[in-house]
Design a protein around this ligand. Structure first.
Ligand code: WTA
Length: 645
């Protein structure tokens, strides 16, 4: 058996069995799904595909696996918009609410399944009238308004693939993505509301399209009402086109392996990767995980995934999973601190939200804002909480559990990636006990192992997280670059998928994600994960958030430098800094004692909220800054530099 490759210091021994009241009525209350999937994974996924989705034609084969290329459910045909809309309306559930939408200024729209179907059919006809055909690509650059899912679903109805570009991206990022996909139509809006003001989008599209020869038309939704320049012959108003469009649009019968969408992620080179997701396998696993991980009761639940649709979390768990399962969801346009820092809690109370799914970075921000913000609201409707996007520090988990979940809600910590398409490691909440900071065990039908440098399985301790069998929602490739797909994901360990995450496995077989392996430090020959030191810092009552990097050091190879944000009301003194260094040494061990701890006002984050440790490493090593183009607020790095002087 292999030796652990990453040190395993931080032990967390709190464990929470599924709350009794929750477990009594949970959809899954025993291990049978795990057993069924382990005994015959393909039969298990075939059953889910047939039970959760409606097919025009049943599939002939479940899986064809020619490593690293998978085909799921070949021979089967289906349409995603039919699965998300028509079948619910046909079953008499047209009046059911699909989205309780709320704009940041407080305006609301209630969108039923029948409304959504009507709007999607019209917009599908609009796309066709603009020349969009099966197999084409449509770029979407929009705020979080109902027309965004409408545009996505209309693409699926006519068999075009969408490429949603997050509304925070700059013109250059739009240009790169539109050109790589050779999109023929762009759907956008004049703008959206963020932080209490209108924020324009259309000017970014105009600037981007100067260098995009493939685009014939731009469709513009009116949201903010601000003036926009319209290019004659190219730009068209959504409301004008919709008024003219025919009401009925028959869905295309798509093959299970037809392209559903592209979603770009940044890689190690400057060129973003267009991650390819296809139809039947993706929808199966997204529907399965959405139903069973969130313990969904479509008739009574009010589900809220507070992510942006521009990221994969929004694709899978705002649009495709919830709609396939016939759920009612809250959809919110704006930021969580407008008009007050209790916006989310106010909405949870008003809509009687039952499941809330958000990111650790948001949870730590809520912690920093103070207990009184959620404390002033009735959150008793909540019955389950979820997190995604980063490892969650145990203290942030406990805060979420106590202050949001009232101690009664299971927390599903869900590990997955843009590339995996759907959740992979997460508890089934009625069965699996949770431990703060662990995503627990692979879901039924998902198979993974922690391995050492040579690819040998590690039974206990830290290493690299790999997937050992294909899964239905897996990426099918990188758009236009099959070699990049093979090299990036399938070459580090023979026969295994590896996409950069470190993890440790404990004596119960629980997986603890340790962050990206490029974030592992090497201090005097000990490989220590940044996540563990960060968790130790956040464990101190004075700290709200922490980021840790390894800076080059003559003596120890790398030295640990911690950047911390203190909680409201705490004063940053030299004594506090010493106390924090000592606290880490006590929690983890003397090797992990940070050489330096800096109290900073904020941390540099990407637009999706992940800490950019690379920039902090540059600051710690006194280097010129690397690429800051994806940084949400570039001014933060200067403030951190000042703190470091
Ligand atoms: C990280 C987001 C620990 C991980 C769905 C992964 C997590 C990357 C978790 C993918 C989690 C996501 N625990 N780490 N529960 N969820 N990650 O593509 O490093 O935006 O590789 O997909 O986020 O980020 P992406």
């Amino acid at each position: 058996m292999a030796e652990p490759t990453i040190e395993d210091y931080f032990t967390e021994d709190r464990s929470f069995a599924p709350p009794e009241e929750f477990a009594e009525t949970a959809l899954v209350t025993d291990r049978s799904l795990y057993e069924e999937a382990a005994a015959d994974p393909e039969a298990f996924w075939a059953r889910q595909a047939r039970e959760l989705l409606s097919w025009y034609r049943d599939f002939d084969t479940v899986l064809e696996w020619d490593l690293p290329f998978a085909r799921w459910f070949d021979g089967g045909t289906l349409n995603v918009s039919y699965n998300c809309l028509d079948r619910h309306v046909e079953a008499g559930r047209g009046d059911k609410v699909a989205f309780w939408w709320e704009g940041e200024p407080g305006d609301t729209r209630t969108v039923t399944y029948a409304d959504l179907l009507a709007e999607v059919q019209r917009f599908a006809n609009v796309l066709r009238s603009l020349g969009v055909q099966r197999g084409d690509r449509v770029a979407i650059y929009m705020p979080m308004i109902p027309e965004l899912p409408v545009a996505m679903l209309a693409c699926t109805r006519v068999g075009a693939a969408h490429s949603v570009i997050f509304g925070g991206f700059s013109p250059d990022s739009i240009t790169d993505r539109v050109n790589d996909a050779e999109a023929t139509v762009v759907v956008t809006a004049d703008g959206g509301f963020r932080k209490g003001a209108a924020s324009a989008l259309k000017p970014n599209v105009d600037a981007a399209l100067e260098a995009c020869p493939s685009v014939n038309h731009v469709v513009v939704v009116r949201r903010t009402g601000e003036d926009v320049a319209m290019v004659e012959g190219r730009d068209l108003w959504y409301h004008d086109l919709m008024a003219e469009a025919a009401e009925v649009c028959e869905p295309e019968h798509m093959a299970a392996e037809d392209l559903l969408y592209l979603l770009y992620t940044s890689g190690t080179t400057a060129k973003p990767k267009g991650i390819m997701h296809t139809t039947g396998g993706y929808l199966t696993q997204v529907a399965f995980t959405h139903r069973y991980v969130f313990d969904l009761r479509p008739d009574t639940d009010v589900y809220w995934c507070a992510a942006d649709i521009g990221w994969v979390t929004g694709h899978s768990y705002i649009v495709y999973g919830p709609l396939t399962n016939g759920a009612s969801s809250v959809l919110y346009e704006g930021t969580p601190d407008t008009p007050g820092r209790d916006r989310l809690w106010d909405m949870v109370e008003r809509y009687r939200v039952t499941q809330l799914y958000t990111a650790p970075t948001a949870i730590r921000m809520f912690m920093k804002w103070g207990d009184h913000e959620p404390g002033g609201h009735d959150l008793a409707s909540l019955r389950l909480l979820g997190t995604v996007g980063e490892p969650i520090n145990p203290e942030a988990w406990m805060w979420y559990h106590t202050h949001i979940g009232g101690g009664r809600c299971p927390i599903v910590d869900t590990w997955w990636q843009t590339e995996t398409g759907a959740q992979m490691v997460a508890p089934l909440p009625g069965v699996v006990a949770t431990k703060p900071g662990s995503a627990t065990i692979p879901l039924p039908g998902v198979f993974g192992e922690v391995v050492d440098d040579e690819g040998n399985p590690v039974e206990r301790g830290g290493g690299y997280w790999t997937l050992t069998k294909p899964w239905p929602a897996m990426l099918r490739g990188v758009w236009g670059d099959p070699e990049r797909y093979r090299d990036t994901y399938w070459s580090r360990f023979e026969g295994r998928y590896f996409a950069g995450d470190g993890a440790k496995i404990d004596e119960d077989g629980y997986i603890w994600f340790l962050g990206r392996v490029d974030d592992v430090m090497n201090v005097s020959g000990h490989r220590i994960s940044t996540t563990e030191v960060e968790s130790a810092l956040v464990d101190h009552p004075a700290v709200a958030e922490a980021a840790v990097v390894g800076a080059t050091d003559d003596v120890t190879g790398q030295a640990i430098v911690g950047y911390v944000i203190v909680r409201g009301g705490v004063e940053a003194t030299a004594d506090l800094v010493d106390e924090l260094r000592a606290h880490v040494a006590t929690k983890i061990g003397p090797t992990a004692r940070p050489k330096q701890v800096l109290v900073v006002p904020d941390l540099p984050k990407t637009r999706s909220g992940k800490i950019m440790r690379r920039l902090l490493r540059d600051v710690a090593e006194g280097r010129e800054l690397g690429d800051t183009t994806t940084l949400a607020d570039p001014g933060i790095v200067e403030q951190i530099r000042d703190a470091a002087r």
